[in-house]
Ligand binder design. Structure first.
Ligand SMILES: [Zn+2]
Length: 278
C-alpha cells in the first residue's frame, strides 16, 4: 500500500511529496504524521516559531498577514500542491504569517527540525521546494499588484476561485467575516459585494457560512490574476514530477513505498488522524 502522503490515482495526496523519489521521500516518511485539518484551525501563528511543516492532502489554507492595528489580509492560498511552514527549512525563525484552514481537509505533518535535517541531506528535496517557493513568490508578487490595482469586487471573486481550486465541490465553508479578513476590508464592505455576485449568478447562495459558487460565472468576474497564479502553481508541480521521472531509477532499484510505511509504523491518514487545534 502506498504511503498516504503520496498521490494515488483518483485519491488524495500531496503533490510535493509525491514528486520525490523513494530515497528522498524515505528521509521524511518515518516522521510524517497524519492529521485532520479542521475548519478554521490555525497551523502557524505570526511571531511564533514554526513547530511543524504541513503537507496538505486536501483542503485549503490561507496565509494571512496580521497588521499591528488588528487588520488582516491574505497573501496566498495553499493546498495539496505545496506545504505550510517550509521556509523553516532555512533555519528556526518566527513565522511571518498566520496559516488558517479555510476549507477542511487532511495533511501529513513533520516536526520542523526533522524537515530541516532532511532538507539539508537531500538535493532533490531542496529542488522540489525551490520550484514550489518560486510559484509562491509569484503568488505574493501578483497578489501585491492585484491588491493595489484591482477592485475589491474582482479580488473577492479571485479568492473564492483560489479556495475552490482545492475542494471537489462548489460550496465553500466561508463566513462573510472570514472573507473580510482575507480581503482586508470591513465586514460591511463584503455584504454588498456578495449581493452583486449573487445578482450576476456567480454566487448561487450564501447562507450560514456556506457560499455556493458558479465557477464559470465567477471566473468571468475575477481578474486575470487567478488564472496566472494557477498556471504558475500547476507548472511548478509538473516541473517537479517531470524531474522525478527524469531521475527515476529502475524499478528493481526503487525502494518500496509500502515498505517505507511498514518501517515508519504510521497508519494511513484516514485511520485515526490527529486533529489540529484552533
Ligand atoms: Zn487581480
Amino acid at each position: 500500500m502506498p504511503h498516504p502522503a503520496v498521490t494515488r490515482p483518483g485519491g488524495s495526496g500531496n503533490r510535493l511529496l509525491a514528486a520525490l523519489l523513494p530515497p528522498d521521500f524515505a528521509l521524511l516518511a518515518p516522521e510524517l504524521e497524519p492529521v485532520a485539518l479542521d475548519q478554521d484551525a490555525i497551523l502557524a501563528r505570526a511571531g511564533d516559531e514554526v513547530e511543524h511543516v504541513f503537507f496538505p492532502h486536501s483542503g485549503a489554507i490561507s496565509l494571512m498577514i496580521d497588521m499591528a492595528n488588528g487588520q488582516t489580509v491574505a497573501t496566498a492560498a495553499i493546498g495539496c500542491e505545496g506545504g505550510v511552514g517550509i521556509l523553516s527549512a532555512l533555519g528556526p525563525s518566527p513565522s511571518a504569517i498566520t496559516a488558517i484552514v479555510h476549507a477542511a481537509g487532511t495533511a501529513s505533518r513533520i516536526p520542523a527540525s526533522r524537515f530541516r535535517a532532511a532538507f539539508n541531506r537531500s538535493p532533490a528535496l531542496r529542488h522540489a521546494l525551490q520550484a514550489h517557493l518560486s510559484a509562491m513568490l509569484t503568488q505574493f508578487q501578483l497578489g501585491a499588484a492585484c491588491n493595489a490595482l484591482h477592485p475589491v469586487q474582482v479580488r473577492m471573486a479571485r479568492w473564492l476561485l483560489h479556495l475552490s481550486d482545492h475542494i471537489d465541490h462548489d460550496v465553500l465553508p466561508l463566513t462573510q467575516e472570514a472573507l473580510s479578513q482575507i480581503l482586508g476590508v470591513r465586514r460591511t464592505t463584503v455584504t454588498p459585494l456578495m449581493r452583486n455576485l449573487r445578482a450576476s449568478g456567480a454566487i448561487r447562495s450564501d447562507r450560514r457560512g456556506q457560499i455556493e459558487i458558479d465557477r464559470s460565472r465567477l471566473a468571468a468576474v475575477a481578474c486575470e490574476c487567478h488564472e496566472t497564479m494557477r498556471l504558475k502553481v500547476d507548472g511548478s508541480a509538473s516541473t517537479n514530477t517531470a524531474r522525478s521521472r527524469f531521475l527515476a531509477v529502475g524499478d528493481d532499484e526503487r525502494v518500496s513505498l509500502g515498505a517505507l510505511v511498514a518501517r515508519s509504523g504510521k497508519d494511513p491518514v484516514t485511520a485515526h488522524p490527529t486533529s489540529v487545534g484552533k
